[in-house]
Design a binder for this molecule. Structure first.
Ligand code: GLN
Length: 547
């Protein structure tokens, strides 16, 4: 029977619970255990697909086309294991299935209640995933913070799991330990309160992870142990790290797998962190810095582009550099509060970020023109590629006012248009072109050369496509197709003869891994890196010119 680790968070959100859950999964996997990572989200949405990035950060897309919470991205990056729709359980899904079952007569004669019917459904789903993945250990992260009203049914369900399966469950509570500047000390009181809240529900944690700015040290650990009744050796420190990828190593230094083994009666296998450490070391020691401009409209909340940021980090490490990210809000380019000239840099690379809706698009299009004319490396992701096509249609192919029908339904030149099948769709949730899709690459193109493969599968999330009626005119203007979808739409487009000017309808960032960066990002970073050489004295040069 599979074992379960339940990860809860206390004091406040954004502590990096997902990173810790992923790091534990990473270490158990490297020790040779079969794992399943499960994210529980207490919101009522069925999935994260209909929330905007400001509400919920990035929507992570799985191979099977599920629109997930961004933590599922951490799970994939830290474990290399593919997630699917089963790995995410939301309140919305649970209630919907219980209500449907009630309508079908599944509870005839009964009053359907939170306990046991909702909690039974939660437990059923958890066990189903564990069995399906044949997991030795399932790591279940409970979204939100202990004390949230909406998380209660999940906490009740995981409390019952211990009763149902003694010896198979472990509770890890992660809580914030703030540093109070004026007294120069770390304070454990908020953590104590969050543990009291857990205990009130009937959960006594087996392990506490103290999230703090710096290492909490022995005294604080003793205090936490005393006030929470968690043995001293089960109190773990998780100080801020330079990179999230250091977290598995920091936890391994504290023998977290041995501690987990003890509670869950595992057979004591040890993690092997050699390769992971190799990646982290080269990431942290890289001194060459590459400037990457990120042009989008959700730039106030960097979580909106989490997987892209990570893909850039993976690729920067692969070229022996680190990326310095410059966020550009495209509405500022539009209203002139940031001038396009101020972001033009021959040494930099530019990513035109994905997006929906009109706001900021003219800013992106204006920037694209300048970048194309300047000949700097540009990578367009999804909406980014659509805007590349619009810019070239307008400014090279002479189609004044060319646009996407998403932005101007009456445009004379609908270079980007809604997919036919999408026009029939009435529902908004889960209905885009989603998940891994095959593209057949065109031999001889830059896209083909960088993938070194005829067929590639990248993940998608969009309703609009390059209108095939304009592919010929765009090609004549130099913007050629690098790869087609099975339905015959351009999935990759590139500017002929450019150093790197490639757009994709897909989201290659979702498949990027620390030790295996997404080819498109990797090649983009190579192009940026080639322009940047660090001389012996550490002075950045462009060709032979010193900058
Ligand atoms: N809004 C565009 C579409 O739906 C692009 C979406 C995206 O960038 N993911 O096609």
């Amino acid at each position: 029977m599979g074992k379960y680790i339940f990860v809860t968070g206390g004091v406040m959100s954004s502590l990096g619970k997902g990173i810790i859950a992923s790091s534990i999964a990473n270490l158990l996997l490297s020790a040779g255990y079969k794992i399943a990572s499960i994210k529980v989200d207490p919101y009522l949405n069925s999935d994260a697909g209909t929330m905007n990035p400001y509400a919920h950060g990035e929507v992570f897309v799985t191979d099977d086309g599920y629109e997930a919470d961004l933590d599922m991205g951490h799970y994939e990056r830290f474990t290399g294991t593919l997630m699917s729709r089963d790995n995410n359980i939301t309140t919305g899904q649970v209630y919907l299935s219980v209500i449907n079952k009630e309508r079908e007569g599944g509870y005839l004669g009964k009053c359907v209640q939170l306990v046991p019917h909702i909690t039974d459904e939660i437990k059923r789903r958890l066990r189903e995933v564990s069995e399906k993945k044949n997991a030795d250990v399932s790591i279940v992260e409970i979204g939100g913070t202990v004390g949230d009203l909406e998380g209660l049914p999940f906490l009740e369900a995981i409390r019952q799991m211990k009763l149902d399966e003694p010896g198979n469950t472990m509770y890890i509570h992660i809580a914030y330990v703030p540093f109070l500047k004026h007294t120069n000390e770390l304070k454990t009181k908020p953590l104590q309160h969050s543990v009291q809240e857990l205990r009130r529900i009937g959960i006594q944690p087996d392990m506490i992870v103290c999230r703090s700015e710096s290492d909490v040290g022995e005294d604080i650990k003793r205090k936490v142990s005393l006030f929470t009744s968690v043995p001293y050796n089960m109190v773990v420190s998780d100080p801020d790290a330079e990179s999230v990828y250091e977290v598995p190593l920091k936890l391994d230094e504290q023998s977290i797998v041995d501690k987990i083994s003890e509670v869950l009666h595992l057979d004591g296998r040890k993690p092997n962190t050699v390769r992971w450490k190799g990646f982290v070391d080269s990431m942290l020691k890289a001194r060459k810095e590459l400037d990457i401009y990120m042009i989008g409209k959700y730039t106030d909340d960097r979580d909106s582009y989490m997987s892209i940021t990570e893909a850039i980090r993976h690729s920067a490490t692969a070229v022996g550099a680190r990326a310095s990210l410059h966020w550009v809000e495209s509405t500022h380019l539009e209203d002139g509060s940031v001038s396009i000239d101020s972001i033009l840099d021959d040494n930099a690379g530019y990513v035109i970020l994905p997006g929906f809706g009109k706001r900021g698009t003219e800013g992106k299009i204006a920037a694209l023109r300048a970048l194309r004319e300047r000949g700097v490396p540009v990578l367009g992701i999804c909406f980014g590629m659509q805007l590349m096509a619009i810019e070239i249609a307008r400014n090279v192919a002479g189609m004044e006012g060319a646009n996407s029908t998403e932005l101007n339904p009456d445009t004379k030149y609908p270079v980007v248009d809604m997919l036919e099948e999408q026009k029939k769709v009435k529902k908004m949730g889960g209905t885009m072109r989603l998940g891994a899709q095959r593209a057949t690459l065109v031999e001889g193109t830059a896209t083909y050369n960088l993938y070194q493969s005829k067929e590639v599968y990248e993940r998608h999330r969009h309703r609009y496509e390059i209108n095939t009626e304009y592919v010929g005119a765009l090609g004549d203007a130099g913007f050629i197709v690098g790869g087609y979808s099975d339905e015959g739409f351009p999935d990759f487009m590139e500017l002929k003869g450019s150093r790197f000017y490639i757009g994709t309808q897909g989201h290659p960032e979702f498949k990027s891994r620390p030790l295996d960066p997404a080819p498109l990002f990797h090649s983009f970073m190579k192009a940026v890196s080639e322009r940047n050489a660090v001389s012996e004295e550490g002075v950045r040069t462009v060709g032979s010119e010193t900058r």
